[in-house]
Design a protein around this ligand. Structure first.
Ligand code: AMP
Ligand code: ZN
Length: 471
Protein backbone atom coordinates (compact mmCIF):
# COMPACT_ATOMS: atom_id res chain seq x y z
CA UNK A 1 0.00 0.00 0.00
CA UNK A 2 1.02 3.62 -0.42
CA UNK A 3 2.78 4.97 2.67
CA UNK A 4 1.75 8.56 3.37
CA UNK A 5 2.11 8.93 7.12
CA UNK A 6 4.70 11.52 8.17
CA UNK A 7 6.09 11.02 11.63
CA UNK A 8 8.88 12.54 13.70
CA UNK A 9 11.47 9.88 14.47
CA UNK A 10 13.54 10.58 17.60
CA UNK A 11 16.25 8.31 16.20
CA UNK A 12 16.92 10.50 13.16
CA UNK A 13 15.48 13.74 14.65
CA UNK A 14 13.50 14.25 11.47
CA UNK A 15 9.96 14.00 10.22
CA UNK A 16 10.00 10.95 7.95
CA UNK A 17 7.62 8.97 5.80
CA UNK A 18 6.60 5.96 7.85
CA UNK A 19 7.41 2.74 5.98
CA UNK A 20 6.76 -0.49 7.92
CA UNK A 21 8.94 -3.60 7.53
CA UNK A 22 6.07 -5.60 6.02
CA UNK A 23 3.78 -3.84 3.56
CA UNK A 24 0.49 -2.84 5.19
CA UNK A 25 1.34 -4.27 8.62
CA UNK A 26 2.58 -2.38 11.69
CA UNK A 27 4.28 -3.80 14.77
CA UNK A 28 3.95 -1.29 17.57
CA UNK A 29 5.17 -1.33 21.17
CA UNK A 30 4.29 0.93 24.08
CA UNK A 31 6.02 1.18 27.44
CA UNK A 32 3.26 0.49 29.91
CA UNK A 33 2.71 2.00 33.37
CA UNK A 34 4.62 1.26 36.55
CA UNK A 35 1.68 0.12 38.62
CA UNK A 36 2.60 1.38 42.09
CA UNK A 37 0.16 4.28 42.06
CA UNK A 38 -2.65 5.80 40.00
CA UNK A 39 -1.68 7.09 36.57
CA UNK A 40 -1.61 10.89 36.57
CA UNK A 41 -3.05 12.85 33.69
CA UNK A 42 0.52 13.44 32.43
CA UNK A 43 1.05 9.70 31.95
CA UNK A 44 -2.35 9.62 30.30
CA UNK A 45 -1.36 12.36 27.85
CA UNK A 46 1.27 9.94 26.54
CA UNK A 47 -1.26 7.09 26.30
CA UNK A 48 -3.88 9.30 24.61
CA UNK A 49 -1.43 10.43 21.91
CA UNK A 50 -0.13 6.88 21.41
CA UNK A 51 -3.76 5.79 21.03
CA UNK A 52 -4.26 8.48 18.37
CA UNK A 53 -1.13 7.23 16.60
CA UNK A 54 -2.41 3.64 16.60
CA UNK A 55 -5.86 4.70 15.41
CA UNK A 56 -4.42 6.95 12.69
CA UNK A 57 -2.40 4.01 11.36
CA UNK A 58 -5.53 1.82 11.38
CA UNK A 59 -7.56 4.62 9.74
CA UNK A 60 -4.93 4.87 7.02
CA UNK A 61 -5.47 1.16 6.35
CA UNK A 62 -2.63 -0.58 8.21
CA UNK A 63 -3.11 -3.80 10.09
CA UNK A 64 -1.65 -2.85 13.49
CA UNK A 65 -0.52 -5.17 16.27
CA UNK A 66 0.22 -3.31 19.47
CA UNK A 67 1.89 -4.69 22.57
CA UNK A 68 2.27 -3.10 26.01
CA UNK A 69 4.06 -4.26 29.14
CA UNK A 70 2.99 -3.63 32.71
CA UNK A 71 5.93 -2.80 34.96
CA UNK A 72 5.29 -4.72 38.16
CA UNK A 73 8.91 -5.36 39.13
CA UNK A 74 12.34 -3.79 38.78
CA UNK A 75 11.64 -0.06 38.27
CA UNK A 76 13.73 1.69 40.91
CA UNK A 77 12.92 5.17 42.10
CA UNK A 78 15.62 6.54 39.83
CA UNK A 79 15.45 5.53 36.17
CA UNK A 80 19.07 4.50 36.60
CA UNK A 81 19.86 1.69 39.03
CA UNK A 82 19.52 3.56 42.28
CA UNK A 83 16.83 3.95 44.89
CA UNK A 84 14.14 1.64 46.09
CA UNK A 85 11.90 -0.56 43.91
CA UNK A 86 8.83 1.58 43.16
CA UNK A 87 6.51 -1.41 43.57
CA UNK A 88 7.89 -2.17 47.03
CA UNK A 89 7.50 1.47 47.95
CA UNK A 90 3.83 1.34 46.92
CA UNK A 91 3.25 -1.88 48.85
CA UNK A 92 4.78 -0.43 52.03
CA UNK A 93 2.76 2.76 51.70
CA UNK A 94 -0.49 0.81 51.53
CA UNK A 95 0.43 -2.14 53.77
CA UNK A 96 -0.28 -4.60 50.98
CA UNK A 97 1.71 -7.14 49.01
CA UNK A 98 3.43 -6.11 45.78
CA UNK A 99 1.07 -8.32 43.74
CA UNK A 100 -2.01 -6.78 45.39
CA UNK A 101 -0.69 -3.32 44.58
CA UNK A 102 0.06 -4.37 40.99
CA UNK A 103 -3.43 -5.79 40.45
CA UNK A 104 -5.19 -2.81 41.98
CA UNK A 105 -3.29 -0.17 39.99
CA UNK A 106 -3.33 -2.16 36.74
CA UNK A 107 -7.14 -2.29 36.97
CA UNK A 108 -7.25 1.41 37.88
CA UNK A 109 -5.06 2.22 34.85
CA UNK A 110 -7.33 0.38 32.42
CA UNK A 111 -10.41 1.92 33.97
CA UNK A 112 -8.89 5.41 33.38
CA UNK A 113 -8.00 4.37 29.83
CA UNK A 114 -11.59 3.24 29.22
CA UNK A 115 -12.93 6.60 30.43
CA UNK A 116 -10.59 8.35 28.00
CA UNK A 117 -11.48 5.99 25.13
CA UNK A 118 -7.91 4.69 24.97
CA UNK A 119 -8.05 1.30 23.24
CA UNK A 120 -6.52 -1.59 25.15
CA UNK A 121 -3.44 -2.84 23.22
CA UNK A 122 -3.81 -6.21 21.49
CA UNK A 123 -1.36 -7.77 23.95
CA UNK A 124 -0.78 -6.62 27.55
CA UNK A 125 1.92 -8.51 29.41
CA UNK A 126 3.11 -7.93 33.00
CA UNK A 127 6.89 -8.15 33.49
CA UNK A 128 6.51 -10.83 36.19
CA UNK A 129 4.99 -13.19 33.54
CA UNK A 130 8.21 -13.29 31.56
CA UNK A 131 11.06 -14.04 33.97
CA UNK A 132 12.29 -17.11 31.97
CA UNK A 133 12.49 -14.96 28.80
CA UNK A 134 14.49 -12.29 30.69
CA UNK A 135 16.91 -14.94 31.97
CA UNK A 136 17.33 -16.33 28.47
CA UNK A 137 18.13 -12.93 26.98
CA UNK A 138 20.65 -12.18 29.74
CA UNK A 139 22.31 -15.58 29.18
CA UNK A 140 22.71 -14.79 25.47
CA UNK A 141 24.12 -11.33 26.27
CA UNK A 142 26.65 -12.96 28.62
CA UNK A 143 27.60 -15.56 25.98
CA UNK A 144 28.08 -12.87 23.35
CA UNK A 145 30.28 -10.83 25.69
CA UNK A 146 27.89 -7.88 26.08
CA UNK A 147 27.31 -8.51 29.76
CA UNK A 148 29.39 -9.32 32.84
CA UNK A 149 28.90 -10.44 36.42
CA UNK A 150 30.21 -8.25 39.21
CA UNK A 151 29.48 -8.17 42.92
CA UNK A 152 26.68 -10.71 42.41
CA UNK A 153 24.78 -8.66 39.80
CA UNK A 154 24.78 -8.93 36.00
CA UNK A 155 25.52 -5.71 34.11
CA UNK A 156 25.32 -4.65 30.48
CA UNK A 157 28.72 -3.51 29.22
CA UNK A 158 28.06 -0.30 27.28
CA UNK A 159 31.72 -0.03 26.22
CA UNK A 160 31.09 -2.95 23.84
CA UNK A 161 28.92 -0.72 21.66
CA UNK A 162 30.16 1.70 19.00
CA UNK A 163 27.28 4.03 19.68
CA UNK A 164 25.51 3.69 23.02
CA UNK A 165 23.92 7.17 23.11
CA UNK A 166 21.88 6.51 19.94
CA UNK A 167 19.35 9.28 20.43
CA UNK A 168 21.83 12.10 20.94
CA UNK A 169 23.78 14.48 18.75
CA UNK A 170 27.59 14.42 18.90
CA UNK A 171 27.83 17.30 21.37
CA UNK A 172 25.15 15.83 23.60
CA UNK A 173 27.01 12.50 23.62
CA UNK A 174 30.17 14.20 24.86
CA UNK A 175 28.22 16.12 27.46
CA UNK A 176 26.39 13.02 28.67
CA UNK A 177 29.54 10.98 29.15
CA UNK A 178 31.10 13.87 31.06
CA UNK A 179 28.05 14.22 33.30
CA UNK A 180 27.89 10.49 33.95
CA UNK A 181 31.56 10.48 34.92
CA UNK A 182 30.69 12.72 37.84
CA UNK A 183 27.90 10.51 39.14
CA UNK A 184 28.70 8.56 42.26
CA UNK A 185 27.60 5.09 41.32
CA UNK A 186 27.74 1.40 41.94
CA UNK A 187 31.45 0.46 42.23
CA UNK A 188 30.83 -2.86 40.48
CA UNK A 189 30.21 -1.18 37.15
CA UNK A 190 33.07 -1.17 34.65
CA UNK A 191 31.69 1.95 32.97
CA UNK A 192 29.49 4.63 34.49
CA UNK A 193 26.82 4.10 31.82
CA UNK A 194 26.59 0.32 32.37
CA UNK A 195 23.25 -0.82 33.74
CA UNK A 196 21.89 -3.77 35.69
CA UNK A 197 20.26 -6.68 33.85
CA UNK A 198 19.78 -8.87 36.92
CA UNK A 199 20.12 -8.05 40.62
CA UNK A 200 21.08 -10.68 43.14
CA UNK A 201 23.10 -8.70 45.64
CA UNK A 202 21.31 -5.50 46.25
CA UNK A 203 20.68 -3.05 49.01
CA UNK A 204 17.15 -4.37 49.30
CA UNK A 205 17.07 -7.59 51.24
CA UNK A 206 13.38 -6.93 51.71
CA UNK A 207 12.68 -7.22 47.94
CA UNK A 208 9.43 -9.17 47.96
CA UNK A 209 9.52 -10.76 44.52
CA UNK A 210 12.56 -12.90 43.78
CA UNK A 211 13.23 -15.67 41.32
CA UNK A 212 15.83 -18.39 40.83
CA UNK A 213 18.35 -17.68 38.12
CA UNK A 214 21.70 -19.12 36.98
CA UNK A 215 23.28 -16.24 38.95
CA UNK A 216 21.40 -16.78 42.19
CA UNK A 217 18.03 -15.69 43.57
CA UNK A 218 17.19 -12.18 42.45
CA UNK A 219 15.11 -9.99 40.19
CA UNK A 220 15.44 -8.26 36.82
CA UNK A 221 16.57 -4.71 36.08
CA UNK A 222 13.88 -2.44 34.65
CA UNK A 223 14.90 -2.17 31.00
CA UNK A 224 15.07 -5.86 30.09
CA UNK A 225 11.29 -6.30 30.23
CA UNK A 226 10.51 -4.09 27.23
CA UNK A 227 13.16 -5.74 25.04
CA UNK A 228 11.92 -9.24 25.93
CA UNK A 229 8.19 -8.60 25.86
CA UNK A 230 8.32 -6.82 22.51
CA UNK A 231 10.50 -9.48 20.86
CA UNK A 232 8.31 -12.24 22.35
CA UNK A 233 5.15 -10.87 20.73
CA UNK A 234 6.35 -8.84 17.76
CA UNK A 235 9.42 -10.73 16.60
CA UNK A 236 12.89 -9.49 15.77
CA UNK A 237 11.86 -6.44 13.72
CA UNK A 238 9.75 -3.68 15.12
CA UNK A 239 8.26 -0.73 13.30
CA UNK A 240 7.44 1.77 16.00
CA UNK A 241 8.14 2.09 19.70
CA UNK A 242 6.39 4.68 21.89
CA UNK A 243 6.77 6.39 25.23
CA UNK A 244 7.01 9.74 26.96
CA UNK A 245 10.16 11.84 26.39
CA UNK A 246 11.54 10.92 29.82
CA UNK A 247 11.86 7.34 28.49
CA UNK A 248 14.43 8.36 25.84
CA UNK A 249 17.27 8.16 28.31
CA UNK A 250 18.17 5.84 29.91
CA UNK A 251 15.23 3.46 29.31
CA UNK A 252 14.94 3.41 25.51
CA UNK A 253 18.68 3.84 25.05
CA UNK A 254 19.19 0.72 27.18
CA UNK A 255 16.42 -1.18 25.42
CA UNK A 256 18.17 -0.61 22.09
CA UNK A 257 21.56 -1.62 23.55
CA UNK A 258 20.15 -4.94 24.86
CA UNK A 259 17.88 -5.82 21.96
CA UNK A 260 20.34 -5.10 19.16
CA UNK A 261 23.21 -6.86 20.95
CA UNK A 262 20.96 -9.87 21.53
CA UNK A 263 19.54 -9.94 17.99
CA UNK A 264 22.70 -8.93 16.14
CA UNK A 265 20.85 -6.45 13.90
CA UNK A 266 18.84 -3.23 13.93
CA UNK A 267 15.66 -3.69 15.92
CA UNK A 268 13.19 -0.81 15.77
CA UNK A 269 12.96 1.77 12.97
CA UNK A 270 10.79 4.56 14.41
CA UNK A 271 10.76 6.02 17.91
CA UNK A 272 7.74 8.11 18.88
CA UNK A 273 7.93 10.25 22.01
CA UNK A 274 5.25 12.37 23.60
CA UNK A 275 6.30 15.55 25.41
CA UNK A 276 5.29 16.15 28.98
CA UNK A 277 2.24 17.57 30.57
CA UNK A 278 3.39 20.08 33.17
CA UNK A 279 1.61 21.82 35.96
CA UNK A 280 2.52 25.32 37.07
CA UNK A 281 5.31 23.97 39.25
CA UNK A 282 6.84 21.82 36.49
CA UNK A 283 6.62 18.22 35.25
CA UNK A 284 3.79 16.19 36.69
CA UNK A 285 5.19 13.13 38.39
CA UNK A 286 3.87 10.24 40.45
CA UNK A 287 6.69 10.42 42.95
CA UNK A 288 5.64 13.97 43.88
CA UNK A 289 2.63 12.31 45.54
CA UNK A 290 0.21 15.14 44.90
CA UNK A 291 -0.92 14.76 41.31
CA UNK A 292 -3.94 15.04 39.09
CA UNK A 293 -5.91 11.94 38.17
CA UNK A 294 -8.91 11.32 35.95
CA UNK A 295 -11.07 10.70 39.04
CA UNK A 296 -10.07 14.07 40.43
CA UNK A 297 -11.11 15.77 37.19
CA UNK A 298 -14.43 13.92 37.38
CA UNK A 299 -14.93 15.00 40.98
CA UNK A 300 -14.43 18.57 39.81
CA UNK A 301 -17.24 18.03 37.31
CA UNK A 302 -15.32 17.53 34.06
CA UNK A 303 -16.28 14.86 31.58
CA UNK A 304 -13.13 12.69 31.10
CA UNK A 305 -13.27 13.18 27.32
CA UNK A 306 -12.80 16.90 27.89
CA UNK A 307 -9.27 16.01 28.97
CA UNK A 308 -8.81 13.93 25.81
CA UNK A 309 -9.90 16.96 23.77
CA UNK A 310 -7.54 19.16 25.83
CA UNK A 311 -4.67 16.90 24.70
CA UNK A 312 -5.84 16.76 21.07
CA UNK A 313 -5.84 20.55 20.84
CA UNK A 314 -2.09 20.71 21.14
CA UNK A 315 0.74 18.97 19.32
CA UNK A 316 2.30 15.94 21.00
CA UNK A 317 5.81 17.29 20.38
CA UNK A 318 5.28 20.39 22.50
CA UNK A 319 5.21 20.50 26.29
CA UNK A 320 1.68 21.20 27.46
CA UNK A 321 0.70 23.13 30.56
CA UNK A 322 -2.41 21.98 32.37
CA UNK A 323 -4.95 24.70 33.07
CA UNK A 324 -8.45 24.66 34.54
CA UNK A 325 -9.40 27.78 32.55
CA UNK A 326 -8.63 25.97 29.32
CA UNK A 327 -10.47 22.86 30.58
CA UNK A 328 -13.54 25.05 31.31
CA UNK A 329 -13.50 26.45 27.78
CA UNK A 330 -13.10 23.02 26.27
CA UNK A 331 -15.88 21.55 28.43
CA UNK A 332 -18.11 24.25 26.99
CA UNK A 333 -17.16 23.68 23.38
CA UNK A 334 -17.31 19.91 23.82
CA UNK A 335 -20.91 20.07 25.07
CA UNK A 336 -21.87 22.39 22.20
CA UNK A 337 -20.19 20.09 19.70
CA UNK A 338 -22.05 16.99 20.95
CA UNK A 339 -25.30 18.94 20.87
CA UNK A 340 -24.74 20.21 17.31
CA UNK A 341 -23.98 16.69 16.09
CA UNK A 342 -27.00 15.22 17.91
CA UNK A 343 -29.22 17.67 16.01
CA UNK A 344 -28.07 16.58 12.54
CA UNK A 345 -30.99 15.28 10.51
CA UNK A 346 -30.12 11.81 9.34
CA UNK A 347 -33.05 11.45 7.01
CA UNK A 348 -31.29 13.67 4.44
CA UNK A 349 -29.32 12.47 1.39
CA UNK A 350 -25.75 11.15 1.62
CA UNK A 351 -23.24 13.03 -0.58
CA UNK A 352 -20.41 10.61 -1.30
CA UNK A 353 -18.04 13.04 -3.03
CA UNK A 354 -18.13 15.55 -0.20
CA UNK A 355 -17.70 12.73 2.31
CA UNK A 356 -14.58 11.48 0.53
CA UNK A 357 -13.09 14.96 0.12
CA UNK A 358 -13.41 15.79 3.84
CA UNK A 359 -12.28 12.34 4.94
CA UNK A 360 -9.16 12.91 2.85
CA UNK A 361 -8.64 16.34 4.46
CA UNK A 362 -8.93 14.85 7.95
CA UNK A 363 -6.55 12.02 7.11
CA UNK A 364 -4.02 14.51 5.73
CA UNK A 365 -4.10 16.36 9.06
CA UNK A 366 -3.51 13.31 11.24
CA UNK A 367 -1.02 11.80 8.82
CA UNK A 368 0.98 15.02 9.07
CA UNK A 369 2.87 14.00 12.23
CA UNK A 370 -0.45 13.79 14.10
CA UNK A 371 -1.68 17.32 13.62
CA UNK A 372 -4.63 16.73 15.93
CA UNK A 373 -5.52 20.40 16.36
CA UNK A 374 -5.91 20.65 12.57
CA UNK A 375 -8.03 17.48 12.67
CA UNK A 376 -10.35 19.21 15.18
CA UNK A 377 -10.50 22.23 12.90
CA UNK A 378 -11.72 19.92 10.12
CA UNK A 379 -14.51 18.72 12.45
CA UNK A 380 -15.75 22.30 12.84
CA UNK A 381 -15.31 23.03 9.12
CA UNK A 382 -17.54 20.07 8.28
CA UNK A 383 -20.27 21.26 10.63
CA UNK A 384 -20.27 24.65 8.90
CA UNK A 385 -19.83 23.32 5.36
CA UNK A 386 -22.44 23.26 2.64
CA UNK A 387 -23.42 19.59 2.73
CA UNK A 388 -26.32 17.51 3.94
CA UNK A 389 -26.71 16.60 7.59
CA UNK A 390 -26.42 12.91 6.80
CA UNK A 391 -23.00 13.47 5.19
CA UNK A 392 -21.88 15.54 8.17
CA UNK A 393 -23.01 12.83 10.57
CA UNK A 394 -21.24 10.12 8.59
CA UNK A 395 -18.04 12.21 8.66
CA UNK A 396 -18.30 12.65 12.43
CA UNK A 397 -18.65 8.88 12.84
CA UNK A 398 -15.64 8.38 10.63
CA UNK A 399 -13.41 11.00 12.33
CA UNK A 400 -14.30 9.52 15.69
CA UNK A 401 -12.48 6.32 14.73
CA UNK A 402 -9.33 8.37 15.41
CA UNK A 403 -10.46 11.15 17.77
CA UNK A 404 -12.56 8.85 20.00
CA UNK A 405 -14.49 11.76 21.50
CA UNK A 406 -17.88 9.96 21.37
CA UNK A 407 -18.93 12.56 18.82
CA UNK A 408 -22.06 10.69 17.74
CA UNK A 409 -23.15 9.44 21.15
CA UNK A 410 -25.80 12.12 21.50
CA UNK A 411 -26.07 15.30 23.48
CA UNK A 412 -24.25 15.24 26.80
CA UNK A 413 -26.61 14.90 29.69
CA UNK A 414 -25.79 17.30 32.53
CA UNK A 415 -24.99 16.05 36.05
CA UNK A 416 -28.63 16.75 36.79
CA UNK A 417 -29.58 13.97 34.37
CA UNK A 418 -31.38 16.20 31.86
CA UNK A 419 -30.15 17.87 28.68
CA UNK A 420 -29.69 21.64 28.26
CA UNK A 421 -33.00 22.11 26.48
CA UNK A 422 -35.10 20.37 29.14
CA UNK A 423 -33.23 22.22 31.88
CA UNK A 424 -34.06 25.64 30.45
CA UNK A 425 -37.68 24.53 29.96
CA UNK A 426 -37.90 23.49 33.64
CA UNK A 427 -36.44 26.79 34.79
CA UNK A 428 -38.90 28.68 32.60
CA UNK A 429 -41.85 26.69 34.05
CA UNK A 430 -40.65 27.31 37.62
CA UNK A 431 -40.68 31.05 36.91
CA UNK A 432 -44.18 30.81 35.40
CA UNK A 433 -45.39 28.88 38.44
CA UNK A 434 -43.91 31.48 40.77
CA UNK A 435 -45.75 34.22 38.89
CA UNK A 436 -49.02 32.20 38.98
CA UNK A 437 -48.70 31.73 42.75
CA UNK A 438 -48.01 35.42 43.23
CA UNK A 439 -51.17 36.17 41.24
CA UNK A 440 -52.99 33.65 43.47
CA UNK A 441 -53.76 31.51 40.41
CA UNK A 442 -53.19 28.23 42.30
CA UNK A 443 -54.93 26.12 39.71
CA UNK A 444 -52.35 27.22 37.12
CA UNK A 445 -49.48 26.69 39.58
CA UNK A 446 -50.68 23.14 40.23
CA UNK A 447 -51.15 22.47 36.53
CA UNK A 448 -47.52 23.45 35.93
CA UNK A 449 -46.37 21.17 38.74
CA UNK A 450 -48.39 18.28 37.26
CA UNK A 451 -47.12 18.90 33.76
CA UNK A 452 -43.51 18.71 34.96
CA UNK A 453 -44.30 15.61 37.04
CA UNK A 454 -45.62 13.95 33.90
CA UNK A 455 -42.18 14.66 32.35
CA UNK A 456 -40.50 12.99 35.33
CA UNK A 457 -39.50 16.24 37.07
CA UNK A 458 -40.46 16.77 40.69
CA UNK A 459 -40.68 20.22 42.27
CA UNK A 460 -40.03 20.89 45.90
CA UNK A 461 -40.77 24.18 47.65
CA UNK A 462 -37.97 24.88 50.12
CA UNK A 463 -36.94 27.89 52.20
CA UNK A 464 -34.21 28.63 49.66
CA UNK A 465 -36.73 28.58 46.84
CA UNK A 466 -38.06 26.00 44.41
CA UNK A 467 -35.81 23.00 43.81
CA UNK A 468 -36.28 20.31 41.17
CA UNK A 469 -35.05 16.79 40.73
CA UNK A 470 -35.57 13.83 38.41
CA UNK A 471 -38.20 11.38 39.67
P1 AMP B 1 5.44 5.32 34.37
O1 AMP B 1 4.13 4.78 34.88
O2 AMP B 1 6.12 6.25 35.31
O3 AMP B 1 6.35 4.19 33.93
O4 AMP B 1 5.11 6.20 33.08
C1 AMP B 1 4.17 5.82 32.12
C2 AMP B 1 4.31 6.67 30.87
O5 AMP B 1 4.01 8.05 31.13
C3 AMP B 1 5.71 6.67 30.26
O6 AMP B 1 5.59 6.56 28.84
C4 AMP B 1 6.26 8.03 30.64
O7 AMP B 1 7.23 8.45 29.72
C5 AMP B 1 5.03 8.88 30.58
N1 AMP B 1 5.07 10.12 31.41
C6 AMP B 1 5.56 10.28 32.66
N2 AMP B 1 5.39 11.55 33.11
C7 AMP B 1 4.74 12.22 32.11
C8 AMP B 1 4.25 13.56 31.96
N3 AMP B 1 4.35 14.48 32.93
N4 AMP B 1 3.65 13.89 30.78
C9 AMP B 1 3.50 12.98 29.80
N5 AMP B 1 3.93 11.69 29.89
C10 AMP B 1 4.54 11.30 31.02
ZN1 ZN C 1 9.75 0.29 28.23
Amino acid sequence: MENKMQIFNTLTRKVETFVPNVDGKVNMYTCGPTVYHFAHIGNLRSYIMEDVLEKTLRYAGYDVKRVMNITDVGHLSSDADTGEDKMLKGAKREHKTVMEIAKFYTDAFFSDCAKLNIKRPDVVEPATNCIPEFIHMIEVLLEKGYAYAAGGNIYFDTSKLDDYYVFSSQTEKELMSAVRDDVEEDGNKKNKSDFVLWFTKSKFDNQELKWDSPWGVGYPGWHIECSCISIKHLGEYMDIHCGGVDNIFPHHTNEIAQSESYLGHKWCNYWFHVHHLNDKSGKMSKSKGDFLTVSLLEEKGYHPLVYRMFCLQSHYRKPLEFSYEVMDNIENSYRKLRKAIAKLDQTTEFEREKFTAYKEKFLEAVENDLNTSMALTVVYEVLKADMTDKTKYALMESFDEVLSLDLTKGELVEESGVDDELESYILEKIEERKAAKKAKDFAKADAIRDELAAKGILLEDTREGVKWKKA
